[in-house]
Ligand binder design. Sequence first.
Ligand code: FES
Length: 373
Amino acid sequence: MSDRQAGRGNSGSSSGGRGEEASGRRQIVKFSFYRIDPAWRQLPVAEREAGKDALVAVVDGFSDRLQVRSYSVVGLRGDADILLWQIGERLEDIQALATEVMRTPLGPYLSMPYSYLAMTRKSQYVSPAEAEAHLHLHPAESKYFFVYPFVKTREWYQLSLEERQEMMNAHIAVGRKYPSVKLNTTYSFGLDDQEFVVSFETDEPADFLDLVMELRGAKSSLYTLSDTPIFTCISLGLRETLDTLGAPGDPVSAAASQAAGEQWQRVADDADVPDGAAKMIYFAGEQVALVRTGQQLYAVANRCSHANASLAEGTVADGALTCPSHGSTFDLATGEPSCGPANRPLTTYAVRTEDGGIWLAQRAPVPGSTSGA
Ligand code: FES
């Protein structure tokens, strides 16, 4: 797990409350799992596409009040299709978004089989500085997301703070062995049925599996009452998430095109990436940073190979991209790090401009293309 997750305990406190944690500084966190009615797939393509467009527009309209991240669960669970992870300040905004989603043409075909409401809170098992950082979530935007509701036994809360701290120290030590996995612990006491909602972000599902297995051996695990259902989710842009619902006549998705051997996909308008700027887009299910410097356009994996920071938020200079988190610098043409702490190269993509658009491919550029990386 990364340092930022620190408190990382699936444990909580029965003490505290307002006071040191003014309610205005804590965040409301909502995990809404939607399921699509199969009847929706029998609608004409144009109606389905209009429904997707409307839902995307609704979510965009809340961007001043809520951080909303979208994930597809299609094919990974049988009882849910899409997750909208929402982070905001007010319950009313969470409710208003749910209402507006149901008012779209997709609304009559959507149900919400799983719904988890929580808030951020300082952990009592970490240093004051780490605890303070827990009041605001900073999603890592990793490719995979794992979520489950969590309940401790009542015996846990009868233990002394010292006994719980000792077990949590061991629990935290296990977590620190897995820096590729970032934990977000949120608290639901009194707000919802569970006590916590824990979510993990990573690009390495195997690391998450190993972490969870190792935690089963920790003494604190004896005090787990419930930690299911577990949701394995794939991070995608909202439009791409909706496209994973699939239906007869749908345009072929970028991922399917790649699987079928097609090379080039239009991913952005040329004007979206001005000189000296970077923009994150999704390509075949991956986050890619488009970067323009001078007359040259580049496309590289958006996740820093050190600890997953979003490189599109970094700085561009002299054909190199510098990570905003710890300063690793990558050669945009080769993806190789020229300055650490990163020591692994980034994936690079073939890129060209045509018809006012930016096109990507995962294979070697087609001869005669205008530019490549
Ligand atoms: S995340 Fe550490 S250098 Fe990029």
